[in-house]
Design a protein around this ligand. Structure first.
Ligand code: AMP
Ligand code: ZN
Length: 460
């Protein structure tokens, strides 16, 4: 079946074909590990995961790289402001390496909890400084840079098509340039590739230009090239990456080898909270742990994300989480009923359902439509193992871990009920010794034992 993805580069939905027949090569811009990931960040990785699962469902194998930005870059994308890692290190009174280790682990933990498949290659920027240096030297050799006393800049005016991804032009940017435009740059869209580290900068490396650290955009170009080559299939990130980060990755790759690195550029839209932006000052930056504290397991958040397509914004509210929680319970209950079902179902019907689901996911990962097929099966009054098997197949894409779902054992076994009855008789006969003996047995089995007017009540 054909696959269609919306490509930010061509601004249209296009048929997807991989460069190698069986293997799809993907690069995903990963997190900057200076704090816990919030649920907005995690939406980006849920999208990445759905993309992976859909490609696998279509029979592809994957070579997928995700970077971990553990070198500090500046708070704004445009080489301004404070270094995020340094800021965090100061906040927590640790060195930036400790900060990076701690929050990288926390991030990997979060994605595991959401049942997000880890990419085949997780590449830390600090472990790839050598390839970045090699990459930058080649860009210099090819004549795309200029240098000031402490920085090597990429000269975006050397490219005919700078701005190809977002459709912005250098001339337009000049017209709208702000007064605080860094005067050391020739063009407002130029950006730092290689920067001399100030004396007190902790993360720095000995390089051809002295003790330096790389510009943020460079790590993705260099690591993408190292693992996936000059040209690969898909590059993903958030919509916020389009105008600067990905534009600059494309510029760097063109300076390096004259090619746009990926054929497809796919971008996930933002999660809003109560219709607005998430921010610390509004106190609405939630983490997966905070959702758990409020009684929502991570898979509820996963299911909630399927109520929208990745290209649309999605609005987080606690009511929406309640609905997703109820929906997940219904889905699991419905699945269990099909597990016990004995009805025969026409193969043609199963095939039609499978096709409808497959068409939806291949239509630019249309999860709301795919979920409507799932709900049709759950609601079907005819219960059958054929439906159960189909749900398990769909779950390869949904990632709701249905196959491991078992109803919690809430029923009290017969022998324990008999013990309660014996204890009631003992108490009636004022046989306190026997009554205490049975109470101890029940407690050792993990019950709480309460004596009420109606007799003994036990609860696990
Ligand atoms: P960062 O660690 O800041 O580089 O962000 C990691 C990822 O989260 C990037 O792909 C961003 O595009 C994405 N992101 C940040 N905020 C949101 C949000 N509110 N909704 C969806 N994705 C987001
Ligand atoms: Zn990147």
């Amino acid at each position: 079946m054909k696959i269609y993805f919306y490509n930010t580069l061509t601004k249209q939905k296009q048929e997807f074909k991989s460069l190698n027949e069986k293997e799809v090569r993907i690069y995903t811009c990963g997190p900057t590990v200076y704090y816990f990931a919030h649920i907005g960040n995690l939406r980006a990785y849920l999208f990445m995961d759905t993309l992976r699962r859909v490609l696998k469902y279509n029979g592809y194998t994957l070579k997928h790289v995700m970077n971990i930005t553990d070198v500090g870059h500046l708070v704004s994308d445009a080489d301004e402001g404070e270094d995020k890692m340094l800021k965090a290190a100061r906040r927590e009174n640790k060195d930036p390496y400790e900060i990076a280790d701690f929050y990288m682990k926390a991030f990997l933990n979060d994605i595991d909890k959401l049942n997000i498949d880890r990419p085949e290659i997780i590449a830390r920027a600090t472990e790839h400084i050598d390839i970045m240096e090699e990459y930058v030297k080649k860009i210099i050799e090819n004549g795309y840079t200029y240098q000031t006393e402490d920085t090597i800049y990429f000269d975006t005016s050397k490219l005919k098509n700078y701005g190809i991804l977002s459709g912005k032009k250098i001339e337009d940017q000049k017209a709208g340039a702000r007064v605080d435009f860094d005067t050391r740059k020739k063009n407002i869209s130029d950006f730092a590739l290689w920067i001399k580290a100030p004396e007190n900068h902790i993360m720095k490396w000995d390089t051809f230009f002295g003790k330096c650290y790389p510009g943020w955009h460079l790590e993705c170009s260099a690591m993408g090239y190292k693992y996936l080559g000059e040209e690969f299939d898909i590059h993903t990130g958030g919509v916020d990456h389009i105008p600067i980060h990905h534009e600059n990755e494309i510029a760097q790759a063109q300076g390096f080898c004259g090619k746009i690195p990926a054929r497809f550029w796919m971008h996930v839209n933002f999660l809003t909270v109560d219709g607005g932006k998430m921010s610390k000052s509004l106190n609405n930056l939630y983490t997966i742990e905070e959702l758990k504290e409020r009684g929502f397991e991570p898979l509820v958040y996963r299911l909630f994300n399927f109520t929208s397509t990745y290209r649309n914004k999605i609005n987080f509210t606690w009511e929406a989480m309640e609905s997703a929680k109820t929906a997940l319970n219904r889905l699991r209950e419905g699945y269990l009923k099909h597990c016990e079902g004995t009805a025969e179902v026409d193969e043609k019907e199963i095939k039609a359902l499978e096709e409808k689901f497959h068409e939806a996911i291949n239509d630019d990962l249309n999860m709301p439509v795919a979920m409507s097929v799932v709900w049709d099966i759950i609601r079907n009054p005819i219960k059958s193992k054929a439906y159960k098997n189909l749900l398990l197949k769909f779950d390869e894409v949904l990632g709701l871990d249905l196959k491991n779902y078992k109803k919690e054992e809430t029923e009290i076994p017969k022998e324990d009920i008999e013990l309660v009855e014996k204890r009631n008789i003992a108490r009636k006969n004022k046989n306190w010794e026997e009554s205490d003996r049975i109470r101890d047995i029940l407690m050792s089995k993990g019950y709480t034992v309460k004596d009420g007017k109606e007799g003994t009540l036990i609860e696990k």
